[in-house]
Design a protein around this ligand. Structure first.
Ligand SMILES: C[S@@+](CC[C@H](N)C(=O)[O-])C[C@H]1O[C@@H](n2cnc3c(N)ncnc32)[C@H](O)[C@@H]1O
Length: 220
């Protein structure tokens, strides 16, 4: 992996909020965020690949270049990514537009790997990005996000709204600065009885809600 410190630092100087870090991600973080991914994961969507630290690691893990779609908004990184990963699909776009573009037929993606600086973004943009990415994720697939913060960078209310749960994969203490990786997955959906099958006096399953007759209800 080439030393990209200087070019990355210059990008950060020109757009600190978008780039979100003064140096490219280190080997320990690249290792951690790709740890649960292998050649059998299938199509991978990478958001904010920057200089490609995670992309290199994905290829090392056996992911086929043609299974990689890289979404990068910084024009400074585009040429570099196209040159380094000629077999991958490299798109210059804002990850918030994932739902408006049709990137795949259906939802084949096995994993999303995100280096996006979500803590620098307004909540609405985070919702667009995460929900847009999940529209391509197949059942059982996951969204991996790193953060320099102390907790998951996607607020609890956003996770609830999107029916997702977050779990800490681990922390990369050797990264500078130390970082953590979270795995987002869909909450299991529990189909609950049609009201006609339930006793007339049944208690609502969601506190404060009323069970409407004849309608299926779902709780996340
Ligand atoms: C913290 S850096 C990623 C560093 C990367 N892991 C590396 O080692 O080079 C964040 C990246 O997200 C990109 N980015 C920020 N906002 C974006 C957006 N809305 N859509 C796509 N990419 C975005 C930035 O241009 C930058 O490349």
């Amino acid at each position: 992996m080439p030393n990209d410190f200087l070019s990355f630092f210059l990008s950060w100087l020109s757009s600190p909020r978008r780039v979100g870090a003064i140096a490219p991600s280190g080997a320990a973080l690249a290792d951690l965020i790709t740890r649960e991914i292998s050649a059998t994961t299938g199509p991978i969507l990478e958001l904010g690949p920057g200089t490609g630290a995670f992309t290199y690691k994905l290829l090392k893990r056996g992911v086929r270049p043609q299974d990689l779609t890289l979404i990068e908004y910084g024009s400074d990184f585009m040429k570099l990514l196209q040159m380094r990963f000629p077999g991958a699909r490299v798109l210059w776009m804002d990850a918030a537009r994932l739902t408006t573009e049709r990137l795949y037929d259906g939802a084949p993606v096995g994993a999303v790997v995100s280096g996006l600086p979500l803590l620098n973004m307004p909540k609405r943009k985070v919702i667009s990005i995460v929900s847009g990415a999940f529209s391509y994720v197949r059942p059982g697939g996951a969204f991996y996000q790193f953060t320099y913060g102390m907790s998951c960078p996607i607020p609890r209310r956003v996770l609830d709204r999107l029916g997702l749960r977050a779990a800490l994969v681990d922390r990369a203490f050797l990264n500078v600065p130390p970082a953590a990786v979270y795995r987002l997955t869909r909450r299991p959906q529990m189909k609950v009885v049609a009201a006609s099958a339930a006793p007339a006096t049944s208690v609502p399953l969601v506190p404060g809600s009323d069970a409407k007759a004849g309608r299926d209800r779902t709780i996340a």
